[in-house]
Design a protein around this ligand. Structure first.
Ligand code: NOJ
Length: 487
């Protein structure tokens, strides 16, 4: 497509009015979405959403009594963030939340997943709450509801209060787990009159290993395996305590579950033996967190593999960890393990991934759309859940702003179209996936990559804070309007 596409032509291509694209708020629908192609529809009531997290979008790190988080400290260590940026300002969402909610509405999303910054609500992690911090989330939730968007709240998306890191070593101590339970109770008490769905911790699988194992995420430690297994166990315990806190202090009927970057396993070739192997692999590769949450047990293979590094715990902890959840939130981006059946070990063999395997503009973001078919399907079977939500899926892209001011992110559309087609394949077979949260609403602070990796449906100019819909925003809008993939 030429860079010289006119505004009108662009709007036509995108299925939006020109006025709508330039100013998405209050756009007039001139081209109603086409009817879905037969066989591409999602179940009625499927929850379409987008997602962000507090540190990645809020900014305003020193406002209204917010305490410091481990990320505030970490981003200041020279060399840790690729482009030297911080989340100090990020998307200024703390002040621009109304504008951002209008963007969500413009997509037609029925749900928005955001996270509460723990140090905004409890500046030291525990002790005295900061009412002004909580007030922000009251305003946010009210504004969402006013616009017909369901708030889905995440309790922990990595911004641990620095004070807990200083006093207890963060997640190295079960003290932090207990305090997290208290914080969860407080949030549940104050927000679940309006928030009906709560995710506990986001991606234990990442923040434990990256934060405490290889020092890429805050708090930037490189601890030995035994400690890592203990920290992962603690994160599962924190999850369980939060589930119990929401049950005890939330409004009756509040739903709660994890949001985990499940180690994604799929059969390399679709044969009954390999599918069985992928099922075993999914359970074992997630033995340190999801499987123990869902079953209350570490598997024999997990304990054998961990050997002397296995976590230490008492049975009562396993009970807490496996407190029944209402749904399983899965962040699914890329295949991690293509497996085949094996008569060795636990019965599966993960295959090496060739260097030439295609990926998006983040190296780790391999393109394997069938992952979002196999993983929920196998997960539902292994853990007997009847409600799975894709709590994150999406991709970064180059997202060049063309001379006409537009962003033609056909690579993101390709990625989304293929993943959504596979997700639809799953729901059409009765796999109980009930909703999907696209990461992300808008470009934001992408941790170690800083502002360099753009995941948004809306492009953000971080100097001016102008948000511009990418072509993928129109794509997603059509998906939602037709409740169908492949449009
Ligand atoms: C997972 C994380 O939850 C989120 O914070 C991150 O931005 C996305 N993946 C993309 O890497």
């Amino acid at each position: 497509m030429s860079d010289k596409v006119s505004r009108r032509q662009f709007a036509k291509i995108a299925g939006l009015s020109a006025a709508g694209m330039a100013n998405p708020v209050g756009a007039v629908e001139v081209n109603p979405a086409p009817p879905p192609r037969t066989g591409t529809g999602f179940p009625a009531g499927f929850v379409w959403g987008t997602a962000t997290s507090s540190y990645q979008v809020e900014g305003a790190v020193n406002e209204d009594g917010r305490g410091a988080s481990i990320w505030d400290k970490f981003v200041r260590i020279p060399g840790k963030i690729e482009d030297g940026t911080t989340g100090d300002r990020a998307n200024e969402h703390y002040h621009r939340y109304k504008e951002d909610i209008a963007l969500i509405k413009e997509l037609g999303c029925k749900a928005y997943r955001f996270s509460v910054a723990w140090p905004r609500v409890f500046p030291d992690g525990d002790g005295k709450p900061n009412p002004k911090g909580l007030d922000f989330y009251n305003r946010l939730v009210d504004e969402l509801l006013k616009n017909g968007i369901e708030p889905w709240l995440t309790l922990y998306h990595w911004d641990l209060p620095q004070s807990l890191q200083d006093r207890f070593g963060g997640w190295r101590s079960t003290e932090t787990c207990k305090i997290f339970g208290d914080y969860a109770a407080y949030v549940a008490e104050h927000l679940t009159d309006r928030v009906k769905n709560v995710f506990t911790l986001n991606e234990s699988g990442r923040f434990v290993y990256f934060g405490y194992g290889i020092g890429i995420d805050a708090p930037g430690l490189t601890l030995p395996q035994a400690e890592l297994n203990q920290i992962r166990h603690n994160s599962a315990l924190a999850h369980g305590l939060a589930v119990q806190a929401v049950r005890a202090h939330g409004r009756h009927g509040t739903r709660v579950g994890p949001a985990e970057n499940i180690d994604a396993c799929a059969p390399a070739i679709d044969t009954p033996e390999n599918v069985r192997a992928a099922e075993i692999a999914l359970r074992e590769m997630n033995g340190g967190y999801l499987n123990v949450i869902m079953t209350g047990q570490y598997t024999d293979a997990f304990l054998k593999f961990a050997g002397p590094n296995a976590p230490k715990y008492i049975d009562a902890e396993l009970k807490i960890i496996s407190s029944p959840v209402d749904f399983l939130g899965l962040n699914i981006y890329a295949p991690q393990n293509y497996v085949v059946a094996s008569d060795q070990g636990a019965g599966f063999m993960p295959l090496p991934i060739p260097k030439s395997f295609p990926h998006m503009n983040s190296d780790w973001l391999r393109v394997g759309p069938e992952t979002i078919y196999w993983v929920p399907k196998l997960a539902a079977k292994i853990w007997k859940t009847d409600a799975i939500y894709i709590s994150e899926n999406g991709t970064s892209g180059d997202d060049v702003v063309r001379p006409d001011g537009k962003i033609y992110d056909t690579d993101r559309i390709m990625y989304l179209r293929n993943y959504l087609a596979q997700l639809q394949r799953a729901t059409s077979e009765g796999v109980p996936v009930r909703g999907y949260f696209l990461w992300s609403l808008m470009d934001n602070f992408e941790w170690v990559y800083g502002l360099n990796k753009r995941f948004g449906l809306y492009h953000v100019n971080f100097d001016t804070q102008v948000r511009t819909p990418k072509l993928s925003a129109s794509f997603y809008r059509n998906v939602i309007a037709t409740n169908a993939a492949g449009v």
